[in-house]
Each structure stands twice: as C-alpha cells, then as structure tokens.
Design a protein around this ligand. Structure first.
Ligand code: ADP
Length: 198
C-alpha cells in the first residue's frame, strides 16, 4: 500500500534505484522514461510523437505525458501501490498527479530525492553512453537535461519538502550501498508518526 516517487538528476542512478526500491516494497515501478523509450522502439503512435523530444533531451508535452501516466496508474497492478520514476517533473505535473490520486482518495506517502554532484553525474552518464547507447546520452543533450532538472524539477522537490514527505538520500558512491541507504531512509520515514492532511 505504498505510493512512492523517486526524483533525481539525470545520471543519478534513479532508474536502477527505482527497480531495487520497487522490488523491496513489492510495488510496480512506473518509469515514464522507460515507457516512452519502449513506445519509441515499438514505433507506436505515442512513441512517434514523443521521439523527437526524447532525442533532444526536452520534456515530452504534458498532454501526452499526463494521459500516459493517468492510464498506467489505473492498471490493476498499481492499485495497491507504485513507485513513480520520472513523473512529476514540473509543478504543473505535480498538480495533475494530485488530481489523479485525489480522484482515488490517495496521496503519495514519500518522495525519495537522490542527490549527487554535477561532475559525478556527467561521469556516470558518459559510462552509461558506452554501455547502453541511449540516444539522449551525449554530452550536449545530457547538459540540457541536467539544466532542465535544475530549473524545473528542483521546484518539484521543494513542493514535496513543503508537504513534509521528502526523504533525501546521498546518491553518490556505491549503488548497492545507496540502495540500502534509500530503503532504510524510506522505511524509517514511513514508520515515523507524521501529520496527515485530511
Ligand atoms: P533521466 O532522468 O536519466 O533524464 P528518464 O528516463 O527519466 O531519464 O527520461 C528520459 C526522457 O523521457 C526525458 O528526457 C523526457 O524527454 C522524457 N520524459 C520522462 N519523464 C517525463 C515527464 N514527466 N515529462 C516530460 N517528459 C518526460
């Protein structure tokens, strides 16, 4: 029954940590980046519309992204919890998600923020470019994604901090250790008494 969101800059290992956290909490991981990439490779209508934004490191327009998430969260496996990865990325998307969840009488339980210095992120991205060959993993596009993160997604972090549900984790170092830190931090947070708005 856990509803989580993971936020982190490009190259922070967000996708990997999302998989581990989701497995630990027994919830599906809903990664907007992954869903877009698989639509692009299968050349679906959504994929064809989204491809140019992914390749350019830009956000896919909200009408496409919001509709996709809304539909995904209605799937049966997400009814008792999920871990969102990559959405919401802007304050407007936060409002959309609030509405989607409110219509089911739900809200997020915790938001995990992975923190890592820009220089380390760039280094990791270059490694991933060699290993996975993602079309948006070039240095220029990466800097654009990082810049978008700092300008827009940071605000999202502030919104959740204001709601008292932000759990920040040091995302620098060994991936296995980071997973352990993140799981401990989330469990501790979920176990702690906190005021719930009604
Ligand atoms: P990263 O966090 O490493 O940049 P993601 O896999 O989360 O990568 O996202 C890859 C791309 O997918 C983004 O650069 C963007 O084009 C698109 N995307 C993912 N999530 C969203 C979103 N919430 N809103 C708009 N575009 C998105």
């Amino acid at each position: 029954m856990t509803r989580l969101l993971i936020i982190g800059p490009p190259g922070s290992g967000k996708g990997t940590q999302a998989e581990h956290l989701a497995r630990h909490f027994g919830i599906p991981s809903v990664s907007t980046g992954e869903i877009f990439r698989s639509n692009v490779s299968q050349e679906t209508e959504l994929g064809n519309q989204a491809a140019k934004y992914l390749d350019g490191g830009d956000f896919v327009p909200d009408h496409l992204t919001n509709a996709m998430v809304r539909k995904r969260l209605l799937d049966g496996d997400a009814s008792s919890g999920f871990l969102l990865d990559g959405y919401p990325r802007t304050v407007l998307q936060v409002v959309e998600l609030d509405n989607m969840l409110a219509s089911q009488g739900r809200m997020l339980d915790a938001v995990v923020e992975l923190q890592a210095p820009d220089a380390e992120l760039e280094e990791r991205m270059l490694r991933r470019a060699r290993e996975q060959g993602r079309t948006d993993d070039t240095i220029e596009i990466f800097r654009r994604r990082l810049d978008l993160y700092h300008r827009q997604t940071h605000e999202v972090v502030s919104v959740y901090a204001g709601r008292g549900i932000l759990v920040s984790v040091n995302g620098s170092g060994d991936p296995g250790e980071i997973t352990g830190l993140a799981i401990d931090a989330v469990e501790q947070f979920l176990a702690s008494p906190r005021p719930r708005p009604d």
